[in-house]
Design a protein around this ligand. Structure first.
Ligand SMILES: [Zn+2]
Length: 673
């Protein structure tokens, strides 16, 4: 767990990801499950989603995919193929013609390094020198003479290997000052990645963890009997951390990151020193390699857990903390290690392997090359026009709201007008000749160089010297969109500007039902159940709305939650209306705003239809069921059917009557605004 895993906490962005429907049966939406054998017999009045998408969905083959398929995946697949082509084109080019440190040079070098990836020790990703330095690092950890010394060793590990097993830090936007970045400490993870909650219970998971400690110690040269005793001691220390952990919060954060700000507590340096008298704020920052004084305080989530960790960071427990550090370190680089160190040898390295890994290591560089080749000014500016059309209509929609106070409406409009839009792609980075050596002699060396580069960026972000792009970490090649409440911005990347979402040759209203509904959805996130507590400057401040409007909003939220909870998938599995409240609100108001922009029923019909097309997706039964309890989005057929059924125009166009399955009683048709 390092910057990457933990960054999830800070990225409380609301993604418009695909939900799930089930491949093996025709999606049904009502309590009465109808098994329609002939898909042409599905009526819009009974299952609008199935009516629009069934023939496409049955043509999808989920067997050869990762269990997903649908419109979002189709667009992603096209982009992915184009990226493959770009890599091949650069690899076949003349290296001499590429500027040192340029994207092309890095992609070229990495591709050929990976083609020969298994040339390291015992067919691994590491050279002999890498293995030697790995052994030295293990020895350094085990020879630490004091807790203090160990904290500084962890600081180095964090910089080079992205490992901080003690405090799991992250950089997070400052919730009190959205323009700034801050340090956050996220919940403690066991070095094996096993959940602490399970280890606390003892049993097999605890003995597995003890055995992992023992094995890594034996590999590092510790006598086997001593290693066994230490393994047990180490596991007992993890249990003590577990006893001080509020697992309700940990589990909630894992399921629903958008709730994170409610649980983040800001502590000043002095407050940290009071909570953690053993190592204090200086000791915590040392594990992140930070010695300077540009950090005034730290965001934490679990006060009791942090206090427990501090009280356990004593010289008596030094051996256990070394072991935890060692095991985390070894696990973090396991995929690079030779077999003799518990890693696995690479049996293959070929073109498709090299391409896959170039995409993973150099995703930013590659996406810039994509933009250079596929950026279409005309498309991006048409989407831009749509964005501002939708925003203007949104203003009207807020003003037409009947249950809000005038003051509340004015504030909401102010927040709407403060939303920043990032559309298409951001500026490419300027070629830095000092990047020319980023691709090292081995895959392992390259990984470390890239880690150090992202660590340096992390530090300069903290110092306020470097601002990450407005694209909120989204690549222009992403077939998705997002809203971030902390920066109050919407990102619509180039990657989502493809059919069926946006098609140059389609009508205005078809595109409105496609990318327009996505734009409306993302804008609506600014006012959904989670982001509503952030003010127009992106600061967490629930009081920005008058109390009476907040009370009324709670009532609306309750009705929306109940409404979606009444829908089921796979016949009798109900949607979790509370879990999906934010996304459902965004879906409802996103569709409402674009419907308002269409004058007649024909235009609205085009909107409804492409709205349904864009959500076409299939997944396996297992994924569909597990998503019900973890995905903040409703399943896709419900995102379509439950949402369109709220609008009277839908009943008019498709002549839906109370006899039909799509029919929702008028007094049950909820609204967001
Ligand atoms: Zn969303």
């Amino acid at each position: 767990m390092g910057r990457k895993a933990v960054a999830a906490l800070s990225s409380i962005m609301a993604l418009l990801m695909t939900g799930c429907t089930v491949a093996e049966s025709i999606p049904t939406t009502s309590e009465t499950s109808i098994q329609v054998q002939d898909i042409s017999a599905i009526r819009a009045q009974d299952d609008f989603y199935g009516y629009i998408n069934s023939s496409y969905l049955v043509s999808l083959d989920t067997d050869d995919s990762d269990g997903y398929g649908g419109s979002f995946d189709d667009v992603s697949a096209v982009i992915s193929d184009r990226l493959d082509e770009i890599i091949r084109e650069i690899a076949q080019g003349d290296r001499e013609s590429y500027l040192p440190g340029s994207n092309e040079q890095l992609i070229y070098d990495l591709y050929y390094l990976l083609l020969d990836a298994s040339a390291g020790t015992d067919g691994s990703f590491m050279s002999d020198e890498d293995v030697t330095s790995f052994e030295q690092k293990c020895a350094e950890i085990l020879n630490a003479a004091s807790i203090d010394e160990l904290l500084y060793i962890v600081g180095d590990l964090y910089r080079e290997y992205n490992v901080d097993p003690i405090f799991t830090p992250t950089v997070t936007p400052d919730l009190n000052d959205s323009g700034k970045s801050a340090v956050g400490i996220t919940p403690f993870y066991s070095p094996e990645g096993t959940e602490l909650e399970v280890i606390v219970l003892g049993g097999n998971d605890a003995s597995d963890t003890a055995r992992s400690f023992t094995n890594v110690l034996i590999d590092a040269g510790v006598d086997s009997q001593e290693a066994e005793e230490r393994g047990i001691e180490d596991t007992l220390l993890l249990m003590q951390i577990g006893y001080a952990t509020d697992f309700d919060i940990v589990n909630m954060l894992e399921e629903n990151l958008v709730e994170a700000p409610k649980y983040m507590i800001y502590l000043t340096e002095d407050e940290i020193d009071d909570l953690c008298p053993n190592v204090g704020h200086e000791g915590i920052l040392a594990t992140m390699g930070i010695e300077d004084d540009y950090v005034d305080g730290i965001y934490i989530v679990l006060e009791d857990q942090l206090s427990a960790i501090d009280s356990l960071l004593t010289e008596d427990n030094l051996e256990s903390w070394k072991d935890i550090t060692l095991l985390s370190f070894v696990n973090s680089i396991k995929s690079f290690l030779p077999e003799s160190y518990g890693g696995s040898s690479i049996a293959y390295s070929n073109d498709s392997y090299a391409i896959r890994e170039v995409k993973r290591y150099l995703s930013t560089e590659l996406s810039e090359e994509y933009v250079e080749r596929y950026y279409d000014e005309e498309t991006v500016s048409a989407v831009e026009d749509l964005v501002y059309d939708i925003r203007d209509e949104y203003e009207e929609m807020i003003n037409d709201c009947e249950w809000m106070s005038d003051e509340g409406k004015a504030l909401a409009v102010e927040k709407l007008m403060s939303i920043e839009f990032y559309i298409g792609a951001d500026e490419p980075h300027v070629t830095d000749p000092s990047d020319a050596d980023l691709i090292g002699a081995s895959c392992f060396e390259t990984r470390l160089a890239l880690n150090v580069r992202s660590y340096e960026r992390w530090l300069s972000e903290l110092r306020g010297e470097y601002e990450s792009s407005g694209f909120e970490g989204m690549l222009p090649t992403t077939a998705n969109a997002c809203y971030n409440p902390i920066s109050n911005c919407v990102v619509i990347p180039l990657g989502i500007m493809d059919a069926p979402f946006y098609d140059k040759d389609a009508s205005y209203y078809t595109n409105l039902g496609g990318i327009g509904s996505i734009i409306g959805h993302e804008i609506s996130h600014a006012f959904d159940y989670h982001s509503m507590w952030f003010d127009m400057n992106g600061n967490y401040n629930p009081e920005w709305m008058p109390q009476e409007d907040r009370d009324a909003f709670e009532e609306v939220a309750l009705s929306i939650s109940e409404y979606y909870s009444s829908y089921t998938v796979l016949t009798y599995h109900n949607v979790d209306g509370d879990l999906t409240i934010g996304e459902n609100m965004a879906d409802i108001s996103g569709l409402e705003v674009i419907l308002r922009m269409a004058g007649d029923l024909d235009a609205k019909k085009e909107i409804f239809e492409n709205f349904a097309v864009c959500f076409a997706s299939v997944s396996t039964r297992d994924i569909a069921l597990s998503s019900l309890s973890s995905d903040p989005h409703s399943p896709n057929q419900i995102r379509v059917n439950a949402t369109v059924a709220l609008f009277p125009e839908f009943y008019e166009i498709y002549e839906v009557t109370s006899e039909d399955l799509m029919y929702v009683q008028e007094d049950c048709r909820v609204r967001r605004w």
